[in-house]
Design a protein. Structure first.
Length: 281
């Protein structure tokens, strides 16, 4: 077979040619508006890595169910960071009866009169269940004070209580992980533009989103305070997410490494048969 080259005159290896000639490689090329062999190769490598980790996640779910374990995984981050999309790809092949995704709307009148944590505690997992929070009680650490949705006193009370609340969750047998999905200001701006211009995505753009860029520095200030004050018992994992593909891989690897399920294929989780740049599509 003749060697194929890109515009930069990079020759493809035998392995890369095999990928391009595979069903997955050809499909990636066909589905791309502007077919690009390098991008197709990266996409196939990304999907294969994701498949391997999703397979491992099924083992984790089986362990949770069979051993009456309880798992909570929090996804926080700026608007348009990709929290919901990351959760969708992570849970793609899980048994839907044994996990829940929680994305609570703003509190109603009754909930506003309750203890702040109450409506979140009502969503915690039963035995044998995993719960993914697309935003969580940490709304009060960043989104609410930045946008004036809570008083400074309410914010301080939350910051004084949150570590102890999480300690109680851990003491009750919950495995708790906290992931912060981080994007740059320019990437947020680009994603907002894409959402606004898309007829099927524009419903996602809210009044809070419209102020996010203007309040960027204030969000940063409160985010840093959150990291400084809320890691006494459960650390934050910050994941750079300008490239959604590689960030989803990192998130899945972190989850698999930090939940003590059995039997864990540590080599499958640790081994990177692709480089980070191969996952950036």
């Amino acid at each position: 077979m003749e060697k194929i080259t890109t515009k930069k005159n990079r020759e493809f290896t035998e392995k890369e040619l095999k990928i391009l000639n595979s069903k997955d490689g050809l499909l990636a090329m066909l589905l791309d508006e502007k077919p690009n062999p390098d991008r197709a190769i990266r996409f196939v490598k990304y999907e294969k890595r994701l498949d391997k980790l999703q397979e491992e996640l099924l083992k984790l779910q089986k362990w949770v169910v069979e051993n009456d374990q309880k798992v909570v995984i929090i996804f926080e981050g700026r608007d348009a960071a990709g929290k919901g999309g990351a959760i969708r790809r992570i849970v793609e092949h899980l048994n839907p009866r044994e996990y829940r995704k929680v994305a609570l709307p703003k509190p109603n009148e009754v909930e506003r009169g309750q203890w702040y944590f109450q409506r979140y505690i009502n969503q915690l997992p039963k035995k044998g269940e995993i719960v993914f929070f697309d935003r969580s009680w940490y709304n009060r650490a960043v989104v609410e004070p930045v946008n004036g949705f809570c008083t400074q006193e309410e914010y301080e009370i939350f910051m004084q209580e949150v570590n102890q609340v999480e300690k109680m969750m851990i003491n009750s047998g919950i495995h708790l992980l906290k992931l912060y999905i981080s994007i740059s200001k320019s990437e947020q701006q680009a994603r907002f533009k894409d959402i606004i211009e898309s007829p099927i995505k524009k419903w996602k753009y809210s009044e809070v989103d419209s102020r996010a860029l203007e309040l960027w520095d204030k969000y940063t200030e409160y985010k840093e305070r959150m990291f400084e004050r809320t890691q006494e018992f459960v650390p934050w994992k910050v994941i750079k997410a300008n490239k959604k593909t590689s960030s989803r891989i990192v998130a899945l690897e972190y989850i698999l490494k930090n939940i003590p399920y059995e039997v864990k294929d540590k080599e499958a989780i640790r081994h990177r048969n692709v480089q980070k740049e191969d996952l950036d599509i």
